[in-house]
Structures are given as structure tokens and as C-alpha cells.
Design a protein around this ligand. Structure first.
Ligand code: PLP
Length: 405
């Protein structure tokens, strides 16, 4: 069966050039980058190169502003916890209602265990941040604002440069989870007031389990992981050198393919959206259709709930994801869709540079029949069918899909 992968916001295929760059670091280049002998020195140089490649991608002023971590989740945790540690007199956090669980779960934990006050800024039905609500929460009590650059479900882009300027006015630090934005949008951090930024390798054709935290020079930082002096004392533990080299190469390739992302990949996304909207009635695009990642299509299908569409698509070899809050059988929409007051079944198709027109055409070929079938099942039973009934009606019992990353 020919497969089509349209779930690139969950993770991307590792670029073959990235794999090639990593391989020597599993073989001959095995030294510890902290060692002073020759085995270590060349690996240390490779780690420094990886740092400079990332610096170039995000437009950081200095390479020592980049700290390698295990990924987006660790970077988010490290940024927020550091701010609370460094600013003990400030006990409030401002975030949005649609952040990734890497931020929201930590905030809920801090609220419960440390009595930290968390402000979750709401969004409108297009996923746009309520700027008045944001402004109203900014007081000298706020230690850190953590608001994502682009949303992983809808692709909606938040005006982080402007939000960072506003945070500065009350002396709060500004962190952005840019896991979905890095490599898809041009960035020049040195010209912004953003203090910290999280990114993740596996979202930009790099390896999994590696990421980075940008910390602007001059921002006081308290490390999350204590131990040795690696990473300028910001993250202890022997460096994951093959993955750092891979992330560096992924960053270099992302710069090279940036134009492709904003033109060809975007036109594939638009072709899919237009095709679905033309062929299937009662469908619409969710999220901010102007300020949006070029690769993300989030399409609502009225009268269909839960993750039934992705399950049926996966049976014909097409990978995409649903906006449900949990695994298969759950009709509950995700926290992002709930924040947008979106009652319908929403499917996310996320593209990358390895997709082509044939992928879009395959989806358009099978989608109308799948939607018709699902709407037929819905109409053939009582109005309020349980997730289980719906699954049984479609012969889907036992299938599983995960929540969105
Ligand atoms: N933040 C966002 C917006 C994400 O989409 C993800 C990935 O799912 C993460 C954070 C977590 O990144 P990682 O998988 O590298 O821990």
C-alpha cells in the first residue's frame, strides 16, 4: 500500500544528510567533548559547530546563547523553572490556554504544589490571542511569560515579538515555545526582546530526543539538571554528540529549504484545503488563516466528532491526526479546540518538504467517500451515539490513535 505521511507537526522524517552527518559520531568520533585529548577535541569542535548552525537558523547574536537539551519539553520546563528560581519575589506566570502540555502541565503542577498564580490567556474562535486580556495580566508580580510562537494544532502564529516587548515593560522574562515555528519561519532573535526560546530536533527533520534552549546573554539562568559543567553550566551531563551534530545539520538544511517551506509546501497545503472545501460540504478551515504556519491545515468536518477520520485514513495508508484529547474512542475535543469553542471533528494535515502533489491528490481521492460514510453512520442511529457505538458502526474497534503533539 502506498503511504502518505501528513503528520509532520507530530514528527518529521530524519533527513538522510542528517543521518550521514551523525554516523561518524557513533563510530570513530566517540570521544567525550569535555576531554582535552585528541579524541575529545574533534568532538568538542563538532558540538561547537552544531551550536553555530542553530545560532544561524534562529538569528541569535552569540553561539553561547544556545544550550542543548533533550528536546522541547525539557527546554520549556527549564525556562519556566529557571525564571521562578531567579526571581523569587515574583510568583505569577502568564501563558496561553492553547500551549503544549510541556508548558500547561508544568504550570498546573506549580500552581498546585508551589502556590504559583497562573494566568491562561484565552483565544478567540480563530485561535487568536486575546491581547487585552494579556495586557491586563502584566504586573510586576509576573516572573515569566511563556507563550508559543506557533500552535501545534492550528498552526496559528502569535505575535511573540510584540508580546515580549509588553512583558519587558513590567520586568517579566519572556519565553516562547517555538518548537513548531523553528525551521518553518524566518527568525532573527537578536532583534527581539525574547529572552528564551525552546526548539526540538525531531520537528525539523533532525533526530528525536535532542533540542535546545536559547537564553539571551545577560538573562540569569538556573539550570534544571545539576551536575557537571557542560553547556556553560546550563545543562549538566555528557553531551548527546551524535544528536547535536544531527540537529546542527538539520538546522543548516532548514535554512536552505526555508523558501521551499514558505512557497511550495504552502501551496500543497492550500491545494489540499481548497480541494477538501470544494469536494466536501460542511467543512471549513480552523485557526487564523492569515497568521498561520505554511505547512499546517486544520480542517473541521461538521457532523463528525472524534478521531474517526484519521482512523479511516490510516487504513488506506494516510497519516494525519485528530484534535481529540486522548486516544481512540474519545470524542472529547483537545484543549486547543475547546479553547476555540470548536464543537466539530477537526483533522490536522501537516506537510513538510518531502511531500508532493501526489500526496494531496491521494487524500482528495479518498476523503469524500470516508466523510460520507461517517456522516451516514452518524445519521443511522440515535442522535447521541457513544464513541464506542461509532467505532463499532465503522468496524473500528481496537484501532488506536494518539493525541496531537
Ligand atoms: N511544544 C510544542 C508546541 C510541540 O508541538 C511539542 C511536540 O510535540 C513539544 C513542545 C514537545 O517537544 P519534544 O517532543 O521535543 O519534547
Amino acid at each position: 500500500m502506498r503511504t502518505v505521511y501528513l503528520d509532520n507537526n507530530a514528527t518529521t522524517r530524519v533527513d538522510p544528510e542528517v543521518v550521514q552527518a551523525m554516523l561518524p559520531f557513533f563510530r570513530d568520533q566517540f570521544g567525550n567533548p569535555s576531554s582535552t585529548h585528541g579524541f575529545g577535541a574533534s568532538v568538542g569542535a563538532a558540538v561547537s559547530k552544531g551550536r553555530r548552525q542553530l545560532q544561524a537558523l534562529i538569528g541569535a547574536e552569540f553561539d553561547d546563547e544556545i544550550t542543548f537539551t533533550s528536546g522541547g519539553t525539557e527546554s520549556d520546563n527549564a525556562a519556566i523553572l529557571s525564571a521562578l528560581e531567579e526571581m523569587p519575589n515574583r510568583t505569577e506566570i502568564v501563558t496561553s490556554a492553547v500551549e503544549h502540555p510541556a508548558v500547561l502541565t508544568l504550570c498546573a503542577h506549580l500552581e498546585k504544589t508551589r502556590g504559583v498564580k497562573v494566568h491562561r490567556i484565552p483565544v478567540d474562535r480563530h485561535g487568536r490571542l486575546d491581547l487585552d486580556a494579556y495586557r491586563a495580566t502584566l504586573t510586576p508580580q509576573v516572573a515569566i511569560v511563556s507563550i508559543m510562537w506557533a500552535n501545534n494544532e492550528t498552526g496559528t502564529i502569535f505575535p511573540v515579538a510584540q508580546l515580549a516587548e509588553m512583558a519587558k515593560e513590567v520586568g517579566a522574562l519572556f519565553h516562547t515555545d517555538a518548537v513548531q515555528a523553528v525551521g518553518k519561519l524566518p527568525m532573527d532573535l537578536k532583534s527581539t526582546a525574547i529572552d528564551m526560546l525552546s526548539l526540538s530536533g525531531h520537528k525539523l527533520h533532525g533526530p528525536k530526543g535532542i533540542g535546545a534552549l536559547y537564553v539571551k546573554r545577560g538573562v540569569r539562568f538556573c539550570s534544571l539538571i545539576k551536575g557537571g559543567h557542560q553547556e556553560y553550566d546550563r545543562r549538566a551531563g555528557t553531551e548527546n554528540t551524535p544528536s547535536i551534530v544531527g540537529l546542527g545539520m538539520a538546522a543548516e538544511l532548514a535554512s536552505k529549504f526555508m523558501d521551499d517551506e514558505t512557497t511550495r509546501v504552502k501551496s500543497l497545503r492550500d491545494r489540499l484545503e481548497n480541494g477538501v472545501l470544494q469536494r466536501i460540504p460542511n467543512t471549513f478551515v480552523t485557526g487564523d488563516t492569515l497568521e498561520r504556519l505554511p505547512n499546517t491545515a486544520n480542517i473541521a468536518f461538521e457532523y463528525i466528532q472524534g478521531d474517526a477520520i484519521p482512523i479511516l485514513l490510516s487504513r488506506v495508508g494516510i497519516a494525519c491526526s485528530a484534535g481529540s484529547a486522548c486516544s481512540s474512542g474519545c470524542l472529547e475535543p483537545s484543549h486547543v479546540l475547546r479553547a476555540m469553542n470548536m464543537p466539530h471533528g477537526v483533522v490536522r494535515f501537516s506537510f513538510a518538504r518531502d511531500n508532493g502533489e501526489e500526496d494531496v491528490d491521494r487524500v482528495l481521492e479518498v476523503m469524500p467517500a470516508i466523510v460520507e460514510r461517517l456522516r451516514g453512520v452518524r445519521n443511522s442511529g440515535p442522535d447521541r451515539r457513544s464513541a464506542e457505538d461509532l467505532q463499532c458502526g465503522l468496524g473500528l474497534s481496537g484501532s488506536r490513535t494518539g493525541s496531537r503533539s
